[in-house]
Design a protein around this ligand. Structure first.
Ligand SMILES: NC(=O)c1ccc[n+]([C@@H]2O[C@H](COP(=O)([O-])OP(=O)(O)OC[C@H]3O[C@@H](n4cnc5c(N)ncnc54)[C@H](OP(=O)(O)O)[C@@H]3O)[C@@H](O)[C@H]2O)c1
Length: 312
């Protein structure tokens, strides 16, 4: 397949381009920064210089290309503000960015569209021991600032499911760990001695290694059922205390500093919603059944090199 990829230079983007080339797909990687040409070319992709937020510029850049599918993996979490706002850059990429990439899909004649979504769309609350499947209500508001993130996930999913003539698939990812992923970002915060480890009540969530997240996206290109969402997580949910302690051990950072919930909320309100209020266990059985996908990295400790057993 010829695939137009947004987000190809990012944490999931790089293993994604590698996996696409390995599977014989030809990726066309949208790059904002021309200096990234060689990076994507070395990963087997053809660079397309454009900014997903600039609709007209994007359509001009893809004009004349003949493409089979579009892959939306563009996010901008690093530039998120301390206080989340409706015009948060990642939310804009999920709302307007998806609309622009759907318009690009029509220009290049693409019929398949795979988009990045998040498991937190099930709602930033305590789901207890219930194991959530894709049949659980999605787009659930709890009355916190985190509802803005939920709206972004719903927006990208609904647009690709409802787009005429497009076979849309959504991947509801757990939290990424691995090279350049959240585990690296948290390691950076721990080195700066940021007090981010919840002292008391703490949430539990699902994670996935970026390589497995990339593989799921490549499989979804050909095997994903149109109009379908898939949970993409590893086999072992973990508390954020476990995540932070595992990152600290794996990256050799100073011992994490614990902070009371009110302080974490005061520093970054969204972090309070994610690290404290949200407990969810999510099943990837549907992805295994329909895509034949299972995580090669079953849990954080193995994924970050603290334990050795990796399923072949
Ligand atoms: N499910 C998850 O847990 C999850 C989901 C997403 C991200 N993350 C993590 O969050 C951290 C920060 O991530 P990030 O969001 O900054 O992602 P990232 O890993 O840096 O990747 C973002 C990608 O989106 C591209 N992009 C952003 N805005 C764009 C635009 N307007 N036009 C075209 N391309 C655009 C970036 O291109 P440039 O190279 O031009 O910046 C980059 O390729 C990373 O550690 C990442 O793993 C986690």
């Amino acid at each position: 397949m010829k695939v137009l990829v947004a987000g190809g230079t990012g944490a999931i983007g790089r293993p994604l381009l590698t996996a696409m080339a390995a599977q014989g797909h030809q990726a066309y990687a949208i790059i904002r920064n021309p200096a990234h040409r060689s990076m994507v070319t070395e990963l087997g992709a053809i660079p397309v210089v454009a900014d997903v937020v600039d609709r007209d510029g994007l359509l001009r850049a893809v004009d004349g290309l003949a493409i089979d599918a579009v892959m939306h993996q563009a996010t901008a979490l690093r530039s998120a503000k301390r206080k989340l706002r409706p015009d948060d850059p990642t939310t804009v990429l999920r709302k307007q960015g998806t609309e622009h990439l759907l318009a690009a899909a029509r220009v290049v004649g693409a019929r398949r569209f795979v988009t990045q979504s998040l498991i937190t769309g099930y709602g930033y609350r305590d789901h207890g021991t219930t194991v959530l499947t894709e049949d659980a209500p999605f787009g659930v508001h709890v009355g916190s600032v985190a509802d803005l993130v939920v709206d972004g996930s719903v927006a990208t999913e609904q647009q690709v499911f409802e787009a005429e003539g497009i076979e849309g698939i959504a991947l509801r990812y757990g939290m990424f760990y691995g090279p350049n992923a959240f585990s690296d970002m948290f390691a950076g915060l721990l080195r700066k001695r940021a007090p981010i480890r919840p002292a008391g009540r703490c949430g539990t969530t699902c994670f996935v290694h970026v390589d497995d997240a990339a593989t799921a996206a490549v499989v979804a290109l050909t095997k994903g059922n149109p109009g379908t969402a898939y949970n993409i997580v590893d086999d072992q949910p973990a508390s954020w205390q476990e995540f932070i302690d595992t990152v600290a051990a794996a990256h050799g950072t100073p011992r994490p500093i614990s902070a009371p919930g009110w302080l974490i909320r005061m520093m970054v309100p969204y972090l309070g919603c994610l690290l404290i209020d949200t407990t969810m266990r999510v099943s990837h059985a549907k992805a295994t059944r329909e895509l034949g996908w299972s995580p090669l990295v079953p849990n954080l400790r193995i994924g970050l090199g603290l334990d050795s057993a990796v399923r072949s």
